[in-house]
Design a binder for this molecule. Structure first.
Ligand SMILES: *Cc1c(COP(=O)(O)O)cnc(C)c1O
Length: 393
């Protein structure tokens, strides 16, 4: 067998290995508590499902324009205007098969062989792999817990070389839950503008944000940064619609049209009636989003307290998204477990708790726990983790 060099570069993620194992155990009837989920545990709101059913019944089952239907693009423009203070025309919008697909298209539209892409770590698992498969070179900028996992403008400045094409920003961040303030974004944007570096701003967790924290889109900070930025968002996380596969991008027309062109030769349009559902999600009632965020907040408060009470673990309080990124370096230092993968494997095998090892996100001293699961599960899972840690410490 001879797999292309390009695709051979893509690593299969350790995330998948552990979640496959957890699934196997569940199938065997073992009661596993899973903190692995990368998606909300709520059902898609009924009015959204209804709109898709109606579209199906009305025969909206054929190809649509490859870059998405006009009505949805207009609703996205309205959303950008009202929520983010960003003015886009429909020609500056692309609807894709998930935000992931928009990001993939954007990286391919911008990266040439050997181009450097600056990526802060901890990062979302797919970023480095997408950069590599596009021929780019990920330049990882490590952030620390002391800096609340946020890069400083000087750090960004230092990482930029004549080969730097692109910077990837994800606020609120998966896995750390950290959120950049407007002032911080302004400083980062100054650095990008000065060196003419493009930016992909992944804002998928925009609405899952706590404690009065404000989400600001870097593209909204001025005309020049807007010309350099592709803003990516989608309905998966805010509306509990991960399976529907609708995401979107707003950006300069030239980049968006290159992305659309690429999309038109790969997937063509996102599913017709899922686009109708996304239109309803964006333009229908928003109260269920708030309810979901309230529930996530309750769970966050609980799990963060429990984690910080557990010997050997420390965890910052996330300001957005639905993950706790817990520092387990004290436990690893004891020597019985060599890294985050062995910790996660042992935790699964001995305590029946599934977590994602931090190495998947570029920092081996951590584990990620998703609190997109019931408070009851979180309580049970934390009891088990505590018992396990007491044994290994
Ligand atoms: C879930 C997620 C996405 C992808 O969302 P889809 O719209 O379902 O493709 C993108 N970025 C981050 C950081 C995510 O966690």
């Amino acid at each position: 067998m001879s797999i292309s060099k390009r695709v051979s570069l893509v690593s299969s993620s350790p995330t998948l290995k552990i979640s496959a194992k957890a699934k196997q155990m569940k199938q065997k009837g073992i009661d596993v508590v899973s903190f692995g989920a990368g998606e909300p545990d709520f059902d898609t709101p009924a009015h959204i499902k209804e709109s898709a059913k109606k579209a199906l019944d009305e025969g909206f089952t054929k190809y649509t324009p490859a870059s998405g239907i006009k009505e949805l693009k207009e609703a996205i423009c309205k959303k950008f205007r009202e929520d983010n203070n960003l003015i886009f025309s429909p020609e500056e919008i692309l609807v894709s098969c998930g935000a992931k697909h928009s990001i993939f298209n954007a990286i391919f539209a911008l990266c040439d062989e050997g181009d450097e892409v600056v990526l802060p770590s901890p990062y979302w698992v797919s970023f480095p792999e997408m950069i590599k498969v596009a021929g780019g070179k990920p330049v990882i900028l490590k952030t620390t817990q002391e800096d609340s996992f946020r890069i400083k403008p000087e750090q960004l400045q230092k990482a930029i070389t004549p080969r730097t094409k692109l910077f990837i920003l994800n606020s609120p961040c998966n896995p750390t839950g950290m959120v950049y303030t407007k002032d911080e974004l302004q400083l980062l944007s100054n650095v990008l503008i000065a060196s003419n570096v493009y930016c992909i701003s992944d804002e998928i967790y925009e609405k899952i944000i706590y404690d009065g924290e404000e989400h600001v889109s870097i593209a909204s900070l001025g005309e020049r940064i807007k010309e350099l930025t592709v803003v990516v968002n989608g309905v998966s996380k805010s509306y509990s619609m991960t399976g529907w596969r609708i995401g979107y991008a707003g950006g300069p027309e030239e980049i968006i049209s290159a992305m659309s062109n690429l999309q038109s030769h790969s997937t063509s349009n996102p599913v017709s009636f899922a686009q109708t559902a996304a239109l309803e999600a964006l333009s229908g009632p928003q109260d269920q989003v708030m309810e979901m965020v309230d529930e996530f907040r309750r769970r966050r408060d609980y799990i963060i307290d429990r984690l910080n009470e557990t010997p050997g673990i420390s965890c910052l309080k996330p300001k957005g998204a639905f993950y706790a990124f817990a520092n387990v370096s004290e436990i690893l230092k004891k020597g019985a477990l060599k890294d985050s993968v062995s910790l996660a494997e042992k935790l699964l095998a001995e305590a029946n708790v599934a977590v994602v090892p931090g190495s998947a996100f570029g920092d081996d001293r951590y584990i990620r726990l998703s609190y997109a699961t019931s408070l009851e599960n979180i309580k049970e899972g934390m009891e088990r983790i505590k018992g396990f840690i007491e044994k290994v410490l």
